[in-house]
Design a protein around this ligand. Structure first.
Ligand SMILES: Nc1ncnc2c1ncn2[C@@H]1O[C@H](COP(=O)(O)OP(=O)(O)O)[C@@H](O)[C@H]1O
Ligand SMILES: [Mg+2]
Length: 345
């Protein structure tokens, strides 16, 4: 039972190796699982044993179809989803040990930008009030004057005229509202921002502006982003590294170049094949996904991807593959994906 597992793991200290290796990582996530009760003794395996690092100042993309657990993973990192199993270290410290002031401080350092800025901005508050709130809660300004100056600087940093601070969210366009959402996330000088589909609701022309803004902010401030998206094209543009998620598990991770030039997992290849491209087809056999992502309630045994994988073998149906590093930093979780074998896929 997941709850029992949780109790056992509460007592586990992060391993020495985990702590020391994680020192350079803003986030170190190991074997993280989030299971939600689904009635009759069943569980939604929203996140099912995920491990990755997010280095300081980098952008890690998390891609995968809707329902594969991206948002739940982001919420677990923010301390907002119940962790069933596994460890999350923020700058080397286990976040499950944070209580009271330490938890408040953690929430300050890891912020989020949502897909729908309109839904996350209180329509009855002015932009100044919205941006003041976190500053007051965390006592970051000594008085009204300092707060106004900080808000003006925040609006300026996201490309908005500080004069607009007295206006309400409905007076802004979608792109401007997302800029306000970013300003709010930045207000507490975070070290990590979980960006959950931050441009998916915006017009394509506006998407690029917001992506560029996020990249500029990272360059200036050295913030790390976990950039969640179902849009591989956007992710390839903004991310240093990419993790591909399928039904609660990471099936492949590597540098953006590795994933683009040498995808190994059949699911990664299928996602890439689905991205519209003006480049000439290489003539390589394309992989098209049929069927829908299966239910995370009682996911398939063995490799979660096997029911949709054109190459699945008996072993894939029976035995879950473990992540294997095929080249430095490039990891794939597939029985058929040693670099030699994958060339023939
Ligand atoms: N609070 C919850 N209770 C029960 N099931 C949930 C909850 N949140 C998410 N889920 C389920 O977990 C799975 C992963 O959801 P989510 O993390 O939102 O995926 P994604 O962001 O990749 O679309 C889905 O099947 C979803 O229905
Ligand atoms: Mg989501």
């Amino acid at each position: 039972m997941p709850n029992e597992e949780r109790n056992d793991l509460n007592d586990l200290k992060p391993s020495r190796q985990g702590s020391s290796n994680a020192a350079a990582a803003a986030l170190f996530v190991q074997d993280l699982a989030v299971y939600y009760p689904a009635g009759r003794g069943k569980f939604v395996h929203a996140v099912d044993g995920v491990s990755f690092r997010l280095h300081s100042g980098e952008t890690l993309g998390l891609v995968g179809e809707s329902g594969c657990g991206k948002t739940t993973l982001g919420r677990a990192i923010l301390g907002l989803a119940p962790v069933t199993r596994g460890t999350i270290l923020f700058e080397g410290r286990d976040i499950s040990t944070f209580k009271g002031e330490a938890l408040k401080e953690h929430r300050r350092h890891i912020q989020t930008v949502f897909q729908d800025p309109y839904g996350s901005l209180d329509p009855l508050m002015t932009i100044e009030q919205i941006l003041s709130e976190p500053l007051k809660i965390h006592h970051l300004c000594s008085g009204r004057k300092e707060r106004s100056e900080k808000i003006a600087a925040l609006l300026h940093s996201v490309g908005l005229d500080p004069e607009l601070a007295k206006r309400y969210p409905h007076e802004f366009s979608g792109g401007q509202r997302q800029r306000i959402g970013i300003a709010r996330a930045l207000s507490l000088d975070p070290r990590v921002i979980v960006c959950d589909e931050p441009v998916s609701a915006l017009d394509v022309s506006i998407q690029a502006q917001v992506v560029n803004l996020l990249m500029d902010i990272q360059e200036a401030q050295g913030i790390s982003y976990l950039f969640i998206s179902h849009d591989l094209a956007v992710v390839q543009h903004i991310c240093h590294r990419i993790a591909v998620m399928y039904l609660g598990r990471i099936v492949e991770q590597g540098s953006t170049q590795d994933i683009h030039d040498q995808p190994l997992h059949p699911y990664t290849k299928a996602l890439l094949d689905a991205v519209p491209s003006l480049e000439k087809s290489s003539g390589a056999r394309k992989i098209f996904l049929s069927g829908e992502i299966p239910s995370p309630v009682d996911p398939p045994a063995g490799c979660h991807f096997h029911p949709r994988c054109p190459f699945a073998t008996e072993r894939c149906r029976r035995e879950a593959p473990v992540p294997t590093e095929v080249s430095p930093g490039h990891t794939v979780t597939c029985h058929l994906c040693s670099p030699e074998k994958s060339r023939s896929l």
